[in-house]
Design a protein around this ligand. Structure first.
Ligand code: BGC
Length: 738
C-alpha cells in the first residue's frame, strides 16, 4: 500500500512527453473480425503450458523498482508485455497516452507533440478532428517503437475538482462516447492498440485506490457506462482498462458485475480487460473478468504469472479463463494488425504534427464573454499589457501519466515540491509557444509589455496605462491529487479583479483543467477558456484574440456558479492522503461515495433537475459571427436523425455546433443531449446540419435492456443546455433491445 501511494504520487509527477510521426496513412483494411477470432483460437490452441501466462501480465517498464529487470527489447514507457516469438505473437510495448506520447520523467531523452487537454478536445465537438489527433499521436508512438497507447480516457466529470478532469472529454455520455470513440479509432487506424479507460466511475483522485462508488445499475448504465458503451461501439478499442476505485463494494478490476456481466455479457465486448497499474489484489480477479495484470511488479504479487498457472492446473474454471484471456488478447492483436504491422523507429515530422495540435486548440478555445464586442482585437491597437500565467514562456499542461514534453524540453518547469526521491518530477510544465510572442507577432505596431502578475497592485498600475490588458490565469491539475475548490490559485482572482477595475478593456485568458469560479466576471471585458493548449497553444490563443481564428468551441462541462450547486459540495474524503486510506482499508473500513445523489443526472442534467443557474452552461460558447437556426425536422425510424438549417448572419465565416436535446419522453425523461453536429458556414450562407440521433439517449435502461415506450418524443435545438429553441415532436413505436 505504501508503494501504491508512492506510485500514485509518482505518476502524478513522473511523466514527460515525446514526439510523433506525422504519417496519416489511410486505414488499411483491417483483418476481419471473424478472421481475428479464428486466428486467436488457433494460436491459443497451440500454446504450451508455460506460454499461457506470458500475455496475461506486463511490467512497469520504468527502471525505478529494485530487482526488476526491464528486457533489453522493451522501450522505456508505461508497460511491456513479453511476446511469444515461437507463435509470432508480438510483445505489447505500451505508452501513455491520450494527449501525446508521454515522457516518463525524461527516462527516454526524446520529445513528442502535445495535443491540447481532452477537455479542450471535448470543446471542439468535432469527432473528425479528434480522430486525426489520435492518428497523430499513434504515429509518434509507432516511431518510438510502441504498439499500445493507454489512451481513451472517458470518465464523466461528476466532480470538477477531480484532478484528472483535463484528461477527460466532459460530462455527457453521448458527447464523451462519440469523441472518445473517434480518438480510439484514430489511434488504431495506425495499427496501434488503444485502451478505453478507466472502467468505471473513477471520478476523483482523492482515495482513488479506496473509494467505493455507489450507484444504481440503471442510472450507471445511462451515464458513465453509456459513455463507455458508445466509445466501444465506435472506436472498437483492443482493450478496456479497469479502474483503481471500487464500484458497489468490489474493486473495479475484480468486479464480476462490471467486467463479466456488463462488459462481456451484455455488451459482448470481444477484446481484453487490462488492469490499471497497481490495481490487482488477487489471482481470482481473473474469474471476475480481468484478462491482464499490468505493471505487475507494482502489485503485492505477480498474480497472473505462477499463481494463475497453478490455479489453472488444478481448477477447470481457471483453465477455461486462461484460455479465454489469451484468446481475447490475441484477438485484439490480430484485429488491429499488431503482428503484421510492427512499429518502426523513424524520424518524426514535428511541424506537421504540431499543426494538428494547433487545429485542435483553434477549435477548442471557448469564448465565454465578449462585452461590447471587445474581441477580436484590432491589430492596430496602441498598447497591450500581458499579465501573468507565464505567458512570456508558454502554455500550461496537466501533470501525471499523460504529461508530454516537447523536443528540447519544456518552456518552463515549475517544481511543485514534495518529499521523497520522486518529488523532483512533480513539476508544472509549460509548452511553447508563448502567447506573448504570438501577440507581438500579430500586432507588430502595438507596444506590448509583460508583467508577471505576482503583485496585483503593479499589474493594475500597468493595466491602467494600457489600451488593453490581457490577464493569463492558470489552474494546474495533476493525476494523483484533486483541487480543493474551484478558485484560481495563488491570488490570481485578486489580480484579475484589480486589473479589471483599473482597465475595463480587460481580457482574461484561462488555462485551467476544468471549470473555475469567476468572482470578477462582471468587471471584465472578455473571457476566453483556452484550457491546456498543447504544442501550439500560444499561437492559437493569439490568433483567436485577433480574429484570425473565429472561436467555435462549446463547453463540454457545466461551469457552476458556486460549489454549493454541486451534488456533493464537500469533496468526499478531502484532506485524507493515500496512506490514511490504506490504513483504513487494512482495518476493514470502506469509503463509499454516494453517486445516487445525482444518479444519471450528471452535469447539466443535475442543474436542470435542481433548477440551478450555472455560471456558464454545458454547450455554451460565443464567436465573432452569429447563427440563426431554422426549423428542426426529425426523421424517425430505426436510424433517426434531425436536420436543421444554420444561417451565418454575421460578417465572418465560422462554425456552429448544432446540439439536439431531448426535451421529454413518454417515460418522463427530460433534458439529454441526443445528437450533435458541427457545421462550418460562410458569412451570409446557409448550411444544413444533419444530426444523427442516438436511440439509447431516448431510452431507459433496466438490467441491461433498453426500452422506449411508444409515443411522442420532444426535441429542441439548443445553443446550450439552457438555451433551447422551439420544441418539435416525433412519434416512435415501442422498442426494446439489449
Ligand atoms: C494511470 C493510467 C495510466 C497508467 C500507466 C496509472 O496510474 O491511472 O491512466 O495509463 O498509470 O502509466
Amino acid at each position: 500500500m505504501t508503494f501504491r501511494y508512492t506510485r500514485a504520487v509518482a505518476l502524478a509527477v513522473l511523466l514527460g512527453s515525446a514526439g510523433s510521426a506525422g504519417a496519416q496513412t489511410a486505414r488499411s483494411p483491417q483483418t476481419s473480425e471473424a478472421n481475428a477470432d479464428r486466428r486467436a483460437s488457433e494460436t491459443e490452441r497451440r500454446m504450451q503450458p508455460d506460454e499461457r501466462t506470458v500475455l496475461t501480465r506486463g511490467l512497469w517498464a520504468i527502471p525505478l523498482i529494485p530487482n526488476v529487470t526491464i528486457p533489453a527489447e522493451a522501450v522505456l514507457g508505461a508497460g511491456y508485455v513479453t511476446g511469444i516469438p515461437r507463435l509470432d505473437v508480438p510483445a505489447l510495448v505500451e505508452t501513455d497516452a491520450s494527449l501525446g506520447v508521454s515522457y516518463i520523467a525524461g527516462l527516454r531523452k526524446d520529445g513528442a507533440t502535445a495535443l491540447p487537454s481532452a477537455t479542450a478536445m471535448g470543446s471542439t465537438w468535432n469527432p473528425g478532428l479528434i480522430r486525426r489527433g489520435g492518428a497523430m499521436i499513434a504515429g509518434e508512438a509507432r516511431a518510438k517503437g510502441f504498439n499500445v497507447l493507454l489512451g481513451g480516457g472517458i470518465n464523466l466529470m461528476r466532480d470538477p475538482r477531480n484532478g484528472r478532469t483535463f484528461e477527460y472529454f466532459g460530462e455527457d455520455p453521448l458527447h464523451s462516447g462519440v469523441l472518445g470513440g473517434a480518438a480510439i479509432d484514430g489511434v488504431q487506424s495506425q495499427h496501434v492498440l488503444s485502451t478505453v479507460k478507466h472502467f468505471a466511475l473513477n471520478a476523483q483522485e482523492t482515495g482513488r485506490h479506496a473509494v467505493d462508488g455507489r450507484i444504481a445499475d440503471d442510472a450507471f448504465r445511462m451515464s458513465d457506462l453509456l459513455a463507455f458503451e458508445i466509445a466501444i461501439d465506435q472506436g472498437k478499442p483492443g482493450a478496456v482498462m479497469c479502474a483503481y476505485n471500487r464500484v458497489e463494494g468490489a474493486p473495479a478490476c475484480g468486479s464480476d458485475y462490471l467486467l463479466n456481466r456488463v462488459l462481456k455479457r451484455d455488451w459482448r465486448y470481444p477484446g481484453f480487460v487490462m488492469s490499471d497499474w497497481g490495481a490487482v489484489g488477487a489471482t481470482d480477479f481473473a474469474l471476475a473478468g480481468l484478462d491482464q495484470q499490468s505493471g505487475a511488479q507494482i502489485d503485492k504479487q505477480v498474480f497472473f504469472g505462477a499463481p494463475l498457472a497453478a490455479a489453472a492446473a488444478r481448477d477447470p474454471a481457471y483453465a477455461g479463463r486462461v484460455a479465454d484471456m489469451n484468446r481475447r488478447i490475441l484477438r485484439s492483436i490480430y484485429a488491429i494488425g499488431l503482428d503484421a504491422n510492427p512499429p518502426v523507429k523513424a524520424p518524426i515530422d514535428f511541424a506537421a504534427n504540431a499543426a494538428i495540435a494547433r487545429a485542435v486548440e483553434d477549435e477548442g478555445i471557448v469564448l465565454l464573454r465578449n462585452r461590447n464586442a471587445l474581441l477580436p482585437l484590432s491589430k492596430d491597437v496602441g498598447s497591450i499589457v500581458v499579465i501573468g500565467g507565464y505567458a512570456d514562456a508558454g502554455v500550461l499542461s496537466g501533470g501525471g501519466s499523460t504529461q508530454v514534453q516537447p523536443v528540447g524540453g519544456p518552456a518552463v518547469s515549475l517544481p511543485m515540491g514534495g518529499e521523497g526521491p520522486l518529488a523532483k518530477y512533480n513539476n508544472q510544465t509549460f509548452h511553447g509557444t508563448a502567447p506573448l510572442a504570438a501577440i507581438r507577432a500579430l500586432a507588430p505596431k502595438a507596444k506590448v509589455t509583460f508583467v508577471d502578475g505576482r503583485y496585483p497592485a503593479e499589474a493594475a498600475a500597468v493595466a491602467r496605462r494600457a489600451d488593453v490588458a490581457i490577464v493569463f490565469a492558470t489552474q494546474w491539475m495533476s493525476e494523483g491529487a484533486d483541487v480543493p475548490d474551484l478558485s484560481l490559485p495563488g491570488g490570481q482572482d485578486t489580480t484579475i479583479a484589480v486589473v479589471a477595475a483599473a482597465n475595463p478593456k480587460t481580457i482574461v485568458v484561462l488555462e485551467t483543467g476544468g471549470p473555475v469560479l469567476m468572482p470578477w466576471l462582471e468587471r471584465t471585458g472578455a473571457v476566453l477558456e483556452a484550457w491546456y493548449g498543447g504544442a501550439k497553444g500560444g499561437d492559437a490563443i493569439a490568433a483567436t484574440l485577433f480574429g484570425d481564428v473565429n472561436p467555435s468551441g462549446r463547453l463540454p462541462v457545466t461551469f457552476p456558479a458556486s460549489i454549493e450547486q454541486l451534488p456533493r459540495p464537500a469533496l468526499p474524503y478531502a484532506g485524507m492522503i493515500d496512506r490514511d486510506f490504506a490504513a483504513g482499508l487494512a482495518a476493514g473500513k470502506s469509503y463509499p461515495i454516494d453517486y445516487n445523489i445525482e444518479g444519471a443526472d450528471v452535469g447539466y442534467r443535475w442543474f436542470a433537475r435542481k433548477g440551478a443557474v450555472p455560471l456558464f452552461p454545458f454547450g455554451f460558447g460565443l464567436g465573432y459571427t452569429t447563427f440563426e437556426h431554422g426549423a428542426v425536422k426529425i426523421v424517425g425510424g430505426a436510424n433517426p436523425r434531425a436536420t436543421a438549417t444554420i444561417r451565418n448572419t454575421g460578417t465572418r465565416a465560422g462554425s456552429d455546433v448544432a446540439q439536439l436535446y431531448l426535451v421529454s419522453t413518454p417515460a418522463g425523461r427530460t433534458l439529454r443531449l441526443a445528437g450533435f453536429a458541427k457545421v462550418a458556414v460562410e458569412s451570409g450562407a446557409i448550411a444544413t446540419a444533419t444530426i444523427p440521433i442516438e436511440l439509447r439517449l431516448l431510452a431507459d435502461n433496466k438490467g441491461g435492456r433498453w426500452s422506449m415506450p411508444a409515443g411522442t418524443y420532444r426535441f429542441a435545438l439548443g445553443r446550450s443546455a439552457t438555451d433551447l429553441g422551439p420544441a418539435v415532436t416525433v412519434t416512435f413505436p415501442a422498442r426494446q433491445w439489449r
